[in-house]
Design a protein around this ligand. Sequence first.
Ligand SMILES: Nc1ncnc2c1ncn2[C@@H]1O[C@H](COP(=O)(O)OP(=O)(O)OP(=O)(O)O)[C@@H](O)[C@H]1O
Length: 276
Amino acid sequence: MTTTPPTAPETVVELAALTKQFGSTTALDGVSLTVRRGEIVVLLGLSGSGKSTLLRHIDALELPSSGSVKVLGESVSTLGGRRLRTLRGSVGFIFQQFELVPSLTVLENVLTGALATLRGPRLGLWSYPKSKKLRALQHLDRVGLLDRAYQRADTLSGGQQQRVAIARALMQNPSILLADEPVASLDPESSDQVMALIREIAAEEGLTVLCSLHQVDLAIAWADRIVGLRHGSVVLDLPAAGLSKAEVMEIYGRVATTTSELHAVQNELMSPEAAL
Ligand SMILES: Nc1ncnc2c1ncn2[C@@H]1O[C@H](COP(=O)(O)OP(=O)(O)OP(=O)(O)O)[C@@H](O)[C@H]1O
């Protein structure tokens, strides 16, 4: 009897010696990182450590100063036109401030996630094909907000608005979901709900997730893998399972480059709500 060897999960994001300069600021400093299909990777780091810049490279919103970014097998910096649009269509992005259009209904906001696949401008619900409206309603149902479809987006709570943003990202049928501090504006209960929803949807849809966070607790609870950034460099890269908050903070502290940074990390370790 022959047995088929297990195939290694496909690499969907590959950063090699990625460096990004903004004038004299080095936002990313030789980052090499490989992410496989279906992984949920949390980027942890202090403000200014390069988390957003890293995520923005994966959606080609920034281009490397040096090094390379490969997403779904494509070298991002060489893409243009239709191939760049196709790649961006495969990458959903959600943000700390949700970025919804406040005066539009929840359903219209979700539908804007389909705009890249439609020709011409769309103004009002009637202008979208019925098939897209049905899908948008399905996605709203999936995030638990079907009953809010015809409400203005700005009448929802922060946690609900982030769930609308997730439904909007799903309209793209993405392979990769990028989430830049998706719970930074939310209370702890809503933060847990949003992270749980991202994890559930990722498992159901086979999505790969890269998510930046400040909170060590949330990273340990929801990530498969934690990547710590400091001054634009990767300083820890470990499976989240079994890690304790103290271990994360200890590794992070060990690479502090100045005494004041070391004290900042030690203070965080002592605080009940440890956050990087
Ligand atoms: N467009 C830009 N122009 C100039 N400097 C930038 C730009 N974008 C980022 N930077 C700088 O690059 C560094 C990394 O910023 P980045 O926003 O990636 O960090 P971050 O870890 O996401 O921080 P935060 O948690 O505050 O969002 C910072 O010093 C920032 O000021």
